[in-house]
Design a protein around this ligand. Structure first.
Ligand code: ADP
Ligand code: MG
Length: 388
């Protein structure tokens, strides 16, 4: 979608384009380190060159007029910056409104209204974090047009705060951080316990990142997500009876094996084992990447999927089919589910010469087994939010 087309649409909807600016915030894909961000572990996501475009203009009055080209049937949704609260009928606008509310909660009151047009070229509800993309985009627009002094890291924290408190999704910090801090051709190795991070160059010589979208909507995903969080919290509390740790991310594999008998329920043992081992796998994966050992990185991605399937139980037949079929294709370096699971996407590293066969073989097998088609995106790693 071209900048001019977006501006034209904005002008049509909201009466002219004077004072309107065009923005973009990426989506993200997590390469490894899944369900570790709320367990004090490491994650390794990167921002994508696909994401959410926004055209915005600050208003003189209090009115909010929002329109999304991804939800055209809902038309222009109007409200006000006064008394912001989540409302079911506000639908998707609860995301940008939540961010406006969150700025207010952090002492930066949004006193003026806004006209806002959105267009996303990432699938939404699919684990590429379109919600965090919208949140960071909104925060970035507020900073630019309302003059709030916040860093990109603050934009991530505000986005997470709004998703947690306004939209009732108990997400960790990974998504918003990956998007707000994105850097072209780099992934972000983030320690969610300390918020220390490091950019690691991703140079996939002769290979690309391929995202396979299952087109299975998460459905019950959000409640399962919250269930996994409480299972991990319960396991942590039991472990804290026998060892002084603050999060599951503090444990090495050996320590976990030594102390795991403190966890009474076998299901909780599996959940905690995933959190501990996945964190260690993420650390090893980044080390492998630095040593230019992409084969090892791929093996760790595969092991991550197995753990998410068997121990954390967040995959399901759709994601398992995509990944297990990917493993069969010659030239696939690694493949795993990405995001919260229960639907959404997988991420694979595929050699250039195998990409066509990958889409064909995995696509065919998926359609046969699941009954509807998957979508494939060959993606590039891009920067954080920008004004266009
Ligand atoms: P994910 O973040 O994995 O894409 P979520 O369910 O967390 O999935 O977020 C998807 C929701 O975010 C959509 O249902 C919608 O409310 C909002 N959203 C995302 N992208 C857009 C967009 N381009 N326009 C309007 N709303 C959007
Ligand atoms: Mg989301």
């Amino acid at each position: 979608m071209m900048k001019e087309q977006l501006l034209a649409k904005f002008g049509e909807l909201f009466g002219g384009t004077d004072g309107a600016k065009v923005y973009f915030a990426p989506g993200r894909v997590n390469l490894i380190g899944e369900h570790t961000d709320y367990n004090g572990g490491h994650v390794f996501p990167c921002a994508l060159t696909i994401g959410t475009y926004g055209v915005a203009r600050r208003r003189e009055d209090k009115k909010l007029r929002f329109y999304s080209m991804n939800f055209e049937q809902l038309g222009v949704i109007e409200s006000s910056v006064e008394g912001l609260k989540p409302e079911k009928e506000a639908d998707w606008t609860n995301y940008p409104k939540g961010v406006m509310w969150a700025f207010g909660e952090k002492g930066m009151e949004v006193t003026n209204g806004m006209d806002l047009l959105l267009f996303g070229n990432i699938p939404n509800g699919s684990g590429l974090s379109s919600s965090a993309s919208v949140e960071v985009l909104t925060g970035y627009i507020l900073r630019d047009q309302y003059g709030f002094e916040v860093s990109n890291q603050d934009l991530a924290l505000i986005g997470q705060f709004s998703e947690n408190k306004f939209n009732g999704v108990n997400c960790g910090i990974m998504d918003q951080f990956a998007i707000a801090m994105g850097k072209k051709d780099h992934a972000i190795f983030l320690d969610t316990a300390t918020m220390e991070f490091e950019y690691a160059p991703i140079q996939l010589e002769g290979a690309k990142l391929v995202i396979s979208c299952s087109n299975k909507k998460r459905g019950l995903g959000d409640s399962k997500y919250n269930e996994r969080r409480s299972e991990c919290e319960a396991a942590l509390a039991e472990l804290q009876q026998v060892i002084g740790i603050e999060s599951l991310g503090d444990l090495s594999e050996e320590q976990f094996e030594t102390y795991k008998s403190a966890i009474k329920d076998p299901v909780r043992v599996k959940r905690a084992r995933h959190a501990v081992y996945e964190n260690q796998r993420t650390i090893k994966a980044v080390a492998a990447l630095k040593a230019n050992d992409i084969t090892e990185f791929g093996k760790l991605m595969n092991a991550s999927h197995v753990s998410l399937r068997d121990d954390y139980e967040v995959t399901g037949i759709e994601l398992d089919t995509l990944v297990e079929e990917a493993w069969k294709v010659d030239g696939v370096i690694g493949s795993r589910m990405t995001g919260a699971g229960f639907g959404g996407c997988t991420v694979s590293i595929v050699k250039d010469e195998a990409i066509e066969a990958f889409q064909e073989q995995v696509g065919k097998a998926y359609l046969e087994k699941i009954g509807y088609a998957a979508d494939f995106y060959v993606v590039e790693i891009g920067d954080g939010p920008v004004v266009l």
